[in-house]
Design a binder for this molecule. Structure first.
Ligand code: ZN
Length: 288
């Protein structure tokens, strides 16, 4: 989207709202976010009611953009700055919003990107053990599967497309063990550890912290296979990961899936794609 068009959509709140409504309801008329019924009528207080399941809602109910309390204009302006890869620190004064508000909104946007990934069902399934913060209220403890504190990802690049797979059967400790006992080469970039080629993957990767014995890791400098590839996903991602200040194990999946999205759409106009993700329905975290 060029700047002239962008300015047209953010010139006032009704224009911004129209743009986002179109992304929520490509067919024009609102449909029920619970049962997808098209028979929807408007109540006197402007809310909508589903003629099928009787659910009462408004246009943005159950959608990612409904989180965070941003106006439609603020969302569009934030999308633009996110497209341009500004950090939350730099965005906050531009948007005249608090750092916390911007940071939360960026997390929501990253979640919406993850939820639109090909493997979203796996990532958001409770068995993944990822703590993504998908539910706004934490679920009761007994409904949680074991937390996967240091999720390990496998990276494959083929024909210019990257796939970043969660490998729930591989533990970070196992990767360290392979390093010590089977001489799988490891490279470290801050808290991010990645391996040489492993099985069908170009690299295994995870983000650690003080809970792992990283000081014992046998680091052999920049010898990993992915570091030898120029113009690849990893050369694209490495520079960007350095800019995310202090990547934590918990947020690492969100950053990786964002980078996968950016890389695979590196020739596309990101703005409408980001808007579509933000306007999508929030999936319910599945238990089975
Ligand atoms: Zn319904």
């Amino acid at each position: 989207m060029d700047l002239v068009e962008f300015e047209r959509h953010v010139r006032n709140e009704p224009a911004a709202r129209r743009y986002l409504l179109k992304r929520c309801f490509p067919g024009g008329d609102p449909i029920c976010p619970r049962c997808a019924c098209e028979k929807v009528y408007r109540l006197a207080d402007q809310r909508l009611r589903c003629g099928g399941c009787r659910y009462t809602f408004h246009e943005f109910s159950r959608r990612f953009l409904n989180r965070g309390g941003l106006s439609c204009r603020d969302w569009l302006r934030l999308l633009k700055l996110f497209e341009l890869e500004l950090t939350a620190n730099r965005m906050a004064p531009e948007l005249r919003l608090s750092y916390n508000t911007v940071y939360k909104a960026m997390t929501t946007l990253r979640l919406s990107i993850l939820a639109g990934a090909l493997d979203a069902m796996q990532l958001m399934h409770v068995s993944s053990g990822l703590d993504l913060g998908l539910c706004e209220r934490p679920a009761a403890d007994d409904s949680h599967a074991a937390l996967n504190r240091y999720p390990v990802f496998g990276i494959i690049e083929k024909n210019g497309w990257v796939f970043i797979d969660l490998l729930p059967q591989v533990q970070a400790e196992t990767v360290l063990h392979f390093n010590l006992h089977f001489s799988l080469k490891l490279t470290r970039m801050g808290s991010i550890i990645y391996t040489d080629r492993y099985q069908r993957y170009d690299a295994l990767m995870f983000c650690g912290d003080d809970g792992l014995p990283l000081n014992y890791v046998n680091i052999r400098g920049r010898s990993a296979y992915v570091d030898s590839l120029s113009g690849s996903f990893w050369s694209f991602a490495r520079a960007r990961l350095r800019r995310f200040n202090g990547v934590t194990p918990r947020r690492f999946p969100l950053y990786l899936k964002e980078l996968e999205f950016r890389y695979n759409h590196r020739s596309d106009d990101l703005f409408p794609l980001l808007a579509d993700r933000l306007c999508a329905l929030v999936p319910e975290q599945t238990q089975s």
